[in-house]
Design a protein around this ligand. Structure first.
Ligand SMILES: [Zn+2]
Length: 78
């Protein structure tokens, strides 16, 4: 099980909620669930993070994805 902070996955820089996952895909799903819950609760920072990702070019999105993957690969096993 690996653990990465929301802020390392494209979330708001001030969000230190830990996202857990056995695999990168699982972690991605858990991250999405967390972000959706925050947005549903009216959190503007997480809404802004989604907008930022949506408005990124495919090339930028690829770079973001690569950095998330790197954060996952570098995270220590819990
Ligand atoms: Zn968050």
């Amino acid at each position: 099980m690996k653990k990465i902070l929301c802020s390392d996955l494209g979330g708001p820089a001030n969000c230190d909620v830990a996202i857990m996952g056995e695999t990168f895909d699982e972690l991605g799903e858990n991250s999405k669930t967390h972000v959706m819950q925050m947005v549903a609760a009216g959190d503007e920072d997480h809404q802004a993070a989604i907008e930022k990702m949506k408005s990124a070019t495919p090339e930028e999105q690829q770079k973001m994805f690569a950095s998330f993957k790197e954060a996952f690969d570098n995270a220590s096993e819990e």
